[in-house]
Ligand binder design. Sequence first.
Ligand SMILES: NC(=O)c1ccc[n+]([C@@H]2O[C@H](COP(=O)([O-])OP(=O)(O)OC[C@H]3O[C@@H](n4cnc5c(N)ncnc54)[C@H](OP(=O)(O)O)[C@@H]3O)[C@@H](O)[C@H]2O)c1
Length: 264
Amino acid sequence: MPLETNLKRQRILVTAASQGIGMAVAKAFLEEGSRVVINSSNKERLDKAAAQLSKKGEIHAVVADLSTKVGIEEIVSKSLDLLGGIDTLAYVTGSPARGTVMEKSYDDWDSAAKLLTTSPAYLGRKVAEAMISRKTKGRMIFSASFAIKEPVATLALSNVCRVAIFGLVRTLARELGPYGIRVNGIMPGYIKTARVDAISSDIMRRKGVSEKEALDEISSQVPLGYIGTTEELAKSFLFLGSDLSPYVSGAMLPVDGGLLRSIG
Ligand SMILES: NC(=O)c1ccc[n+]([C@@H]2O[C@H](COP(=O)([O-])OP(=O)(O)OC[C@H]3O[C@@H](n4cnc5c(N)ncnc54)[C@H](OP(=O)(O)O)[C@@H]3O)[C@@H](O)[C@H]2O)c1
């Protein structure tokens, strides 16, 4: 029997989706026949993404800043108005600035915590309220980074603030399990987007190497030998956001070509 995602007409909210990982996740759900809301903080970029994705199916755009309370509340209320409910939340977020602990100010930590720690927790709560009140046996997927298992030099804000996603996934999985809501996380490795382009530019600058040498340096850390694509990563969102994973909850799935080496 062929595997069925059963994602036709499912109502999906994908945050931080005007480009990169979020946009690829939205496209993957659209290709399965889902109805999708995408969000980002920049109207021009989000409208452009929505126009591109509209060839694939029903897509709506909600401009709001994920790092604010009012932005999160707007994302959820507008998504509910547009879709009539939310079956799957695919949480992606923006990237904090690079740098070491010694370079970061109090305000840097404060804004990174809002974007990377407070936003998934509060968004998770607001989406859970909507799912519970509508008796939706939904799914939540929180995307973090492999850096929560193996901190990356010069990504201090990400290394520290994203660890909270692990705690959130385990905590929400317990709180929401009795309602039939599954909560999981994804830890992407190196995925070819503007974010990886910025990391390779940083290596080029620091080491005086070519772009190819910088990208080779990143790829050489990956057992599968290459930087992953957003399409490959998006398939894991389909798995966790569909009937393909009915008994998976509280899991943190690395999607990294084998990059993480530690046990536990
Ligand atoms: N690519 C990788 O290898 C990799 C690996 C591990 C983890 N990650 C993480 O995964 C996330 C997505 O990565 P990416 O490579 O797709 O990054 P990207 O290409 O830089 O895209 C980031 C997205 O976040 C949106 N965004 C930024 N701030 C926002 C805010 N305050 N509210 C709403 N949306 C916001 C941006 O849209 P607007 O500018 O339009 O708001 C954009 O759509 C990032 O957090 C990144 O650090 C990436």
